[in-house]
Design a protein around this ligand. Structure first.
Ligand code: SF4
Length: 154
């Protein structure tokens, strides 16, 4: 990933975080949103988001199941700083669904523009497909930091 792409991605993440915070969805920290099959959804992300996530995420075991995210430990996200758009924007708060959808659509449009500007092929797939394709660098598992799940409204 070039420095410009990284900068653009981080800028997008910062703006999305601000939009979500302004919308103020409720988070009960149930952790269900990261247990995909149980909650009935799939976390999709782009290849650039996956690259950014995997550059800093904790070690994990493969194969990764589509059922949930390996970075959720004890209902906490251990990859919070580098989590992709879906994790930043999705909240189960029913009063936030339309707003979240709008934020997501705008973010994806912008991400697609970045791919176009950089001449990159658009690659958008479920989390487990990126994790199973990626050969993680060796990182000690005891370095895992435990951070709270996405939460903007206590
Ligand atoms: S990266 Fe974090 S917020 Fe995203 S699905 Fe995994 S545990 Fe949940």
């Amino acid at each position: 990933m070039t420095p410009r792409i990284r900068e653009e991605l981080l800028q997008l993440y910062a703006e999305v975080d601000a939009e979500v915070q302004a919308a103020g969805p409720r988070c009960d920290q149930s952790g269900r949103c990261c247990r995909f099959t149980e909650w009935g959804h799939v976390l999709f992300l782009s290849s650039l988001e996956a690259e950014h996530l995997l550059a800093s995420a904790p070690a994990f075991s493969r194969p990764v199941s589509p059922d949930g995210c390996p970075f959720q430990v004890d209902r906490l996200c251990t990859a919070r700083e580098v989590r992709p758009l879906g994790c930043r924007i999705y909240f189960c708060d029913p009063t936030y669904q339309e707003t979240g959808q709008r934020i997501m659509e705008r973010a994806i449009q912008r991400l697609k523009r970045l791919y176009e500007e950089e001449g990159l092929p658009w690659h958008y797939a479920p989390l487990h497909s990126f994790l199973n394709a990626h050969v993680p660098e060796s990182k000690p598992t005891d370095s895992m930091s435990r951070l709270p799940l996405p939460q903007v409204n206590d």
